[in-house]
Design a protein around this ligand. Sequence first.
Ligand SMILES: [Zn+2]
Length: 491
Amino acid sequence: MTSIQSNNCDTLILNATVFDGSGADGKVQDVAIKEDKIIAIGKLKTFSADQCVDATGLVLAPGFIDVHTHDDLEVFRNPDMLAKISQGITTVVVGNCGISAYPYTTHTAPPDPINLLGQETEFSFSTLAVYIHQLNATPSAVNVVALVGHTTLRAQVMADLNRPATPEEITAMTKLLRLALQQGAKGLSSGLAYKNANRAPTSEVLALSEELAEFDAIYTTHLRTEFDGILDALDEAFFIGKKANSPVVISHLKCAGKNNWGRAREVIRHVEQAQHSQEVACDCYPYHASSSTLDLSQVTKDFEIFITWSDPHPEAAGQTLAEIANHWQLSLYDAALKLQPAGAVYHGMDEKDVQAILSFPSSMIGSDGLPCDPHPHPRLWGSFPRVLGHYSRDLQLFPLAQAIHKMTGLSADTFKLGHRGFIKTDYFADLVLFDPLTIKDVADFSSPFEISQGIHAVWVNGQLSYQIDKNTIQPTRAGRFLAHNSAGDAK
Ligand SMILES: [Zn+2]
């Protein structure tokens, strides 16, 4: 360091093993934070600070970016976002799988799967700007990045979702999407597997996607199928991305269903082939069970289905579908029908496939947690520490530097988050300090609300927002809306 007269900063983190998010190995360094930025990295002996943190033996990484969430309304419902910040997450991407809370207003129960986000009364965002306004007025503990959901657009302009959109409806949806992109959305998401989007032909999604390139925005998709027809579903996503000239992110890439087990390598090869001619990435969560609404077409004896909620039968939550069917003396299908609308965890993946996709260099980590679930999949509270502890340290599936890259730099590059996702001078001070020897997910399928171990401190936009000794959030909720193509700061 050259000697500078005044080296005051707000926070000085000393002797941390700094992983900068690029995938490079850690180096013992000091990091200085002033206001919301990282102002220096190195041996900072000449610096003084209001707050000094001795980070000897601990890892300092960029704050984790949860690229796959359904936290659209959770940021208002529980603005402390303990499930996320306690994992080291400092930014959430909302609006995944074709469902976003905006642009959407309704006077009736939201259709499946928009109902995963919240209750009818919570949807009051006629435009993304209205959503951003509310977020700025009542910030949450984490930053928010917004995708616009194709199913939400359909639900806003179509009375009957069980058919393709008409040209007039496509025009109306395009107008809504364009406005949201102008207001700062990162891109369009689709959830073509869900029945309320499944009747949309490729041409409908493509017509919307053609708006993206002008805004340098991206297309993310919960594929039309993750079962036997997955390669064709991938081809549909690649076709849309290529025609629209937009990068593609495949959501929660997996091989679902017993017939499909063991196909991860083939699926990855298919993605790699597409990567020769277009930008494709994917996200995944570190568990071999999925979770969503209870889908009658996925009812099977092949694996366990666990009921997480049911509107007509709330007492069924916490039991398996087989137990409920047995109790009611019904077939699995008829029991599932009686539970509707309902939510479920499907133990329908092969662990080897999960590991292959986690290890794929183009996969980012996204929790896909469902915050409204009374008995959620443990991915909501445990995904990021599970990748760092269980998969990287304990199973040595990949080095720590790569695990961190999958939840920071790679995610920031893919989602084009300006000045975030890396520890660099002049970048926003979204940071997580954790113990690489003890980090561990604690939430499991029977106790899903447990706080992970080993996260020592989390800073969001330079503000200390979580500390291990309290397991509580600091009073500051320093999250911001991160508008697309802004400097990473909507304020
Ligand atoms: Zn999904």
